[in-house]
Ligand binder design. Structure first.
Ligand code: 9D3
Length: 253
């Protein structure tokens, strides 16, 4: 998979792309990441990448002609690709979108800065606009890193079995249960007794209930999309949790 990242601050991307799993995926050739400095495609003697908005007002707008030059360069280098603009106006990025993007061969990620990009660039060159959440960043670069990180770990062979993608928080829509390691007692707090029992059926049930309780407390809206087996429903009923969950699931239906 090829990620082309178009930015006016290519150095901002260096350290996240050169450590840990992303570094290994690059070294093993599972991903290729190329950064393009948008400024290299500026057309005037000052190398401008932005200009004042028609109609007046605060802030600067990234120039459509310059951005188009950078996108065309990425296409010439690496072939056609899906052009994604990172912006606060985008569709919400989720694990489902990550899974969809992981099926593509070439993503061209365009990082905005300033107040935004010229609407005609969006209309003619952009396939999809994505936001990573409802908070304000200084630009799209860190959002692009989040997309590279979350898509890369879904590619076949990138994760070892120890960190397999299916066992994660979002794979079944519940938050992960709390975990413990040595020392057994920390700050006067012992670990739950059941974890020392060696009874794996009891441990699985304890962890399942801890996941459900944690999700109810912190992210109840996630429970709307979770389905439970008959055996799980029985456990939820035994612990008085079934009613609450049914209420959350029917709210959204
Ligand atoms: C004053 C209006 N702001 C729009 C909500 C202006 C503005 C704020 C921040 C324009 C650009 C930015 C920079 N942010 C991004 O480029 C960005 C972003 C974000 O701020 N939040 C969540 N996802 C993303 S993806 C790109």
């Amino acid at each position: 998979m090829i990620f082309d990242i178009l930015t006016i601050f290519p150095e901002l991307l260096d350290s996240p792309l050169n450590e840990s799993i992303l570094r290994r995926a690059r070294e093993q050739g599972q991903i290729r990441i190329e950064t393009t400095d948008i400024r290299d495609f500026a057309l005037d003697k000052h190398s401008s990448t932005d200009d004042r908005p028609f109609g007046g007002g605060e802030g600067m707008v990234m120039k459509a002609d310059v951005l188009q030059g950078a996108v065309n360069h990425a296409r010439e280098q690496n072939g056609p690709g899906r052009v994604i603009l990172l912006s606060p106006q985008g569709r919400a990025y989720t694990q489902a979108v990550a899974e969809e993007l992981s099926q593509q061969e070439h993503l061209i990620l365009v990082c905005g800065r300033y107040e935004g990009v010229d609407e005609r660039f969006r209309a003619t060159c952009v396939d999809e606009e994505l936001s990573i959440g409802d908070y304000i960043l200084t630009g799209g670069e860190l959002a692009a890193m989040i997309i590279v990180d979350s898509v890369t770990r879904l590619l076949p062979g990138v994760l070892g079995c120890a960190d397999s993608a299916e066992r994660d928080t979002f794979s079944r829509g519940l938050l992960k249960h709390p975990q413990y390691t040595r020392p057994r007692v920390f700050e006067g707090q012992d670990i739950p007794e059941v974890l020392l029992s060696g009874n794996h059926a009891r441990i699985d049930e304890f962890r399942f209930l801890a996941s459900v309780r944690q999700t109810l407390e912190r992210r109840p809206e996630l429970l709307a999309g979770v389905s439970f087996s008959a055996a799980e429903v029985k456990v939820l009923k035994q612990h008085g949790l079934h009613g609450q969950i049914m209420a959350l699931q029917s709210e959204s239906a």
